[in-house]
Write a protein that binds this ligand. Sequence first.
Ligand code: RFL
Ligand code: PHB
Length: 389
Amino acid sequence: MRTQVVIIGGGPSGLLLGQLLHTQGIDAVVLERKTRDYVLSRIRAGILETGTISLMHQAGVGARLEAEGFVHDGTIISYGDEEFTINFKEHTDTSVVVYGQTEVTRDLYDAREAAGLRTLFNVEQVEIHGADTDKAYVTYNVCGETHRIDCDFIAGCDGFHGVSRQTIPLSVRREYEKVYPFGWLGILSETPPVNDELIYAASERGFALCSMRNAKLSRYYIQCSLSDKPEDWTDEAFWQELKRRIPAQHAEKLVTGPSIEKSIAPLRSFVTEPMRWGRLFLCGDAAHIVPPTGAKGLNTAASDIHYLFEGLKQHYLENNSAGLETYSEKALARVWKAERFSWWMTNLLHRFPDQTEFDLKMQKADIDFLRSNKSAQSVMAQNYIGLPY
Ligand code: RFL
Ligand code: PHB
């Protein structure tokens, strides 16, 4: 088999790239290790930046998002019972949209299927060959049989645990990492959200986040210990703990119910450099991870896809490789800023096991400054709604 671009990974990065390439008549094959249903069952991101939304429209899959997404003009930051709003609209004249990653992925898979584009599921042992030569190809197994696809380029969209990043030799690859000493326990419940806007809550007992998917579906998170297991937390224990971390005026109104999903995600900051090795381009979680505190993971994946798509378009339609040559540099410049913002928000709002009294005072001063200073609010708003591409 031959194609122009092999896309490894059928998550949001890979699917978005596939759809954008299709609009320009550029041929691509998506290789996904799992099934479509498995990918759609992963409950993850919920907040989309304007840039991500524009890309969805550009890919021809913006209609449902436009109709069903919830526009959010601001967010609440609370500490103890005190709270204040960061008004995105006031500071940036832009908003974010609440639309689950599951829905993004579903829209992209539906469009891919409707266009009859090739996606291979349940592929095993994907291997990249000759990425640093003019004869790149990918091999993979399906049902015990090995297959080969020859290609011009490979997009490594296979997430943090994929094979693409590992293909770049250690002599070329440099990795930067920070692992945080806690995780997030998240639940999804068929209850109305406690508030119209998200609440990022700092408290003496640790961080909590009140988010949502729609008017009847809520998503809540609490900071938890890395040794905790989802089954250690009954729904009742989760709700009790959440109520103790958010301001009393919200805790009183919180509608609780059975969880329909419960999972724990460890928090990590991670960047690999470079994001390109010959004909292989890394995108999204394959190249970088942020803690979810700034809602930047999926959005940063989307900005990588923007740069790669523009580079591939230039290459194929204008016979100009400048965009591909500068992909890593451009993508990383934006990635590091998203990393900084997510790291800052994580440090601002979480309790750390080794925090001293001095550290706590610094954290409180940072929150007080944000509460009282319009410029600080503007900086936060600009980062939250997404820096320009
Ligand atoms: P994904 O989603 O991990 O998809 C990679 C795909 O590649 C497949 N794969 C392979 N396929 C073939 N061969 C192999 N060897 C393969 N190895 C892996 C996998 O099966 C999978 O289908 O990466 P992608 O596409 O780069 O997308 C990244 C996003 O999923 C991620 O950044 C976000 O979910 C992060 N994130 C958030 N991002 C936001 O922008 N806003 C948010 O509000 C937000 N909230 C979150 C989040 C992530 C969370 N968790 C669980 C880590 C909240 C949470 C709790
Ligand atoms: C979510 O709704 O899942 C969500 C929202 C904001 C975040 C992280 C996760 O910062």
